[in-house]
Design a protein around this ligand. Structure first.
Ligand code: GDP
Ligand code: GDP
Length: 435
């Protein structure tokens, strides 16, 4: 189940400060390199072994004109619908404001858990001041300081206690679950509608766990697959400021319920920061990924255009390469088949198991040719390799000094696995274990 924590509250209460504290430090560093940090309002976090996605709602509405209030109001409603739990943040320093009361009015109607978080309780005095927020009549007030970390541990304990227990991994029918995601206007609805019209053999529309998440079963090209969250693809936000916010919320959910994500990119706009954020999120969730460069009919081209375009894309995608890239036009139905075919191929690759003997035969030779650099005179020896049982590929390399193998060598091994065994579009995880 997707656990999504939404932080809502008026501007300047400290939402993004808490957000930054919650998302993994390593993630922030990695993303700095690829320049994805800008525009980033959601990320993966984890507390006592429970992973969740956290979203900072404020950033999607800017300005303060008439439309601001309406936009904020809608955003809170979207958060109520889409998130699993809401952290309603207020500010002990300024105390209760009219805008806080407006938020509270909307949030009180929510059936989802809402925790009141009184931020900026940096000292005892402010901690006491937080009692003022009991006036909202929404239950316990959790005083924290996002700046220095006071109270955040207790808040997270309570937050994760509201999560759904992970479903037992029942061995269901092996039908690939495919998410169609992408920025507003990339062509998601058109793509899904095209599939719908071409394939009369839709089996059922299955109502998902939440009220308006609908998964559609298809049989096409001799294969069965499920498109996750087809309802969300067609629904749009009413206030234009929230189109991006809404689409991100749906994408997060849809990705978490899928095996493979088709990320649709508008060829006339190219790969943007938001596209990269979505791709990162899919990767972090260990989902298969396929890039569909749509509206290819609108691009003026000669025989080299696709190659040049692809090269530029791969540069932007450095560190998350090995993704299949397909140039499509939903309008002229160019290569629509191929996208589905490829998505299913990615799924099959994602679930395949390489026999241990084959892994060792091939990879140990590569390792012998290029052994891991020794660490302070210690010779590092990798003895054998096995693929662990798991929903997406995980490889364990057994060796004498697992802690002393560097990131660069891990990349080397990943490249060798891909070279010999494929796994295009499939995220791979590699662990070193003591033997
Ligand atoms: P947002 O608009 O709700 O996302 O608020 P920000 O996270 O941008 O924070 C607004 C201001 O409050 C910034 O200047 C922060 O440094 C400050 N701030 C955030 N959390 C705390 C806190 O716990 N204590 C104090 N004293 N200041 C904080
Ligand atoms: P969504 O917001 O991602 O669901 O995007 P839509 O499916 O609503 O498409 C946005 C606009 O792009 C619509 O006007 C579509 O007709 C148009 N569109 C979608 N795919 C293509 C394509 O391959 N070529 C062209 N020229 N237009 C497209």
């Amino acid at each position: 189940m997707a656990n999504i924590v939404a932080i809502v509250g008026r501007p300047n209460v400290g939402k993004s400060t808490l957000f930054n504290r919650l998302i993994e430090q390593r993630e922030a560093i990695m993303d700095d390199v690829s320049g994805v940090t800008r525009d980033r309002h959601y990320g993966k976090a984890e507390w006592i072994g429970k992973p969740f996605t956290v979203i900072d709602t404020g950033g999607y509405v800017v300005g303060s004109d008439d439309k601001y209030e309406e936009a904020i109001r809608e955003q809170v409603n979207i958060a109520i619908e889409e998130a699993s739990i809401i952290l309603f943040m207020v500010d002990c320093n300024t105390g209760l404001t009219d805008l806080d009361k407006d938020f509270a009015k909307i949030l009180r109607r929510s059936k989802k858990p809402v925790l009141i978080v009184a931020n900026k309780a940096d000292n005892t005095e402010r901690m006491h001041a937080s009692a003022e927020f009991y006036e909202l009549g929404m239950g316990e007030v959790h005083a924290i300081s996002s700046a220095n970390g006071t109270g955040t541990g207790d808040l997270l304990d309570i937050t994760v206690s509201h999560f759904d227990e992970p479903e037992e991994e029942v061995e269901e029918e092996e039908i690939p679950r495919i998410a169609v995601v992408g920025r507003p206007n990339a062509g998601k609805s058109s793509f899904v509608n095209t599939l719908l019209n071409q394939n009369r053999s839709i089996v059922t529309d299955e109502a998902g766990t939440t009220r308006d998440s609908v998964d559609a079963h298809y049989t096409a090209y001799g294969k069965s697959f499920i498109l996750t969250d087809t309802a969300g693809i067609r629904k749009k936000a009413k206030v234009s400021e929230n189109i991006e916010f809404y689409s991100v919320m749906r994408a997060i959910k849809s990705i978490e319920h899928s095996d493979v994500c088709i990320v649709i990119v508008d060829a006339t706009r190219g790969l943007e920061a938001q596209d990269l954020n979505i791709i990162h999120l899919a990767k972090k969730n260990n989902k298969g990924i396929l890039l569909m460069i749509n509206k290819w009919d609108l691009v003026e081209k000669d025989s080299r255009t696709a190659d040049t375009f692809e090269k530029a894309l791969r540069e932007k995608l450095s560190g998350i390469d090995h993704l299949p890239i397909i140039f499509t036009s939903v309008l002229t139905k160019q290569r629509i088949f191929k996208v589905i075919e490829k998505a299913i191929e990615v799924y099959e690759d994602k679930t395949k198991k390489i026999p241990t003997s084959q892994l060792n035969d091939i990879l140990l030779k590569e390792i012998e040719r290029t052994p891991p650099p020794s660490y302070r005179g210690k010779h590092i020896k990798i003895k054998y390799i096995t693929q662990l049982p798991s929903k997406s590929p995980v490889f364990a390399f057994f060796c004498n000094h697992p802690k002393h193998i560097k990131e660069a060598y891990l990349r080397f091994l990943e490249n060798k696995i891909r070279k010999h065994f494929g796994f295009e579009g499939v995220p791979l995880r590699i662990f070193f274990r003591k033997k």
